[in-house]
Design a protein around this ligand. Sequence first.
Ligand SMILES: Cc1ncc(C[n+]2csc(CCOP(=O)(O)OP(=O)(O)O)c2C)c(N)n1
Ligand SMILES: [Mg+2]
Length: 336
Amino acid sequence: MKARTAKPTKADAKVKPLTDKDRLELFRMMVRIREFEEEVQRSYLEGLVHGTTHLCQGQEAVAAGTGFVFRPDDYIGYTYRGHGHCLARGMDEEGAFAELFGRTTGVCGGVGGSMHLTDIDKGLIGAFGIVGGGLPVSVGAGVTAQLNGRGQLSATFFGDGATNIGAFHESMNIAQVWKLPVLFICENNLYGEFTRINHSTPFEDLIKRARGYDMNAVQVDGNDVEKVYEATAEAANRARAGGGPTFIECMTYRHRGHSRTDPAKYRDPKEVETWLARDPLKLYEMALIKRKLLTKEKADALILEERARQRAASERAAAAPWPDAATIDFQTLTFA
Ligand SMILES: Cc1ncc(C[n+]2csc(CCOP(=O)(O)OP(=O)(O)O)c2C)c(N)n1
Ligand SMILES: [Mg+2]
């Protein structure tokens, strides 16, 4: 196979500056993701969620900032901690809640659950429960994007822990050799399940991983939504113009435990305190107030509006019927 090797021009690399309207949209998306996740947690404790959940409170700036860059025809792959990426892609919240609740109106007919929120029509190619398992699939989508020749890209989200998996290295290697339009977006939240990064990995700055593959790489404050947007937009422009993949490391932190009811007692309280003080929503709210785009009252009203929206969506989802096992073909996971 021949890689497209066209070098990106300066114009390709130019990032579209954010407008005030864009900034308010980014803020709303982060609030939407936060409130969705809080409603998932509440529903879980009520017994409505079947299986497990991995929430992303604290990491919303990554989903919102990157999601703002993607085109509708791009391919997006992610992990079990992927609710935010789906919402940033415009997934309908009622369909997402119904999926978590195992109902027919769920985005996968209620048979996927929290770890498998997927909507192929939106370019959401899958949530992968096997750590690192999504990367080769996203690289495959990157090959499709390259062959299509329409400037599409394939973005793959994964955690710090995934960078210790063989499939990560194989994916990085071949993506760089073939100059595929793939964005490797690492959400470095310092923990793989219950293990802090220093117990599993020789260094905390995972951007170093990209050097071994001679790949473009950037490390950003993953709690600063505008920084995430800028880094992603630049990498996307390069990828669309044939300039190959980029490794984007977003430094961030999850506010809650790894999954379900994990109280995350294994973390140093000082570390938690430091990161909570850098809550991406609070940081952006303050920035927008400073820019006079928001007031505290307007921000509070917007938060309440999103909270009510998520509650209403989850209530509608909980009222939907259960799937009928007899109508499911378990070989193909399609419905009669
Ligand atoms: C191959 C594989 N090994 C182990 C697990 C169990 N497991 C599930 S999530 C997880 C932690 C992954 O951490 P990271 O990649 O940093 O993502 P995060 O959960 O922090 O978003 C582990 C070890 C798994 N699902 N797949
Ligand atoms: Mg992690």
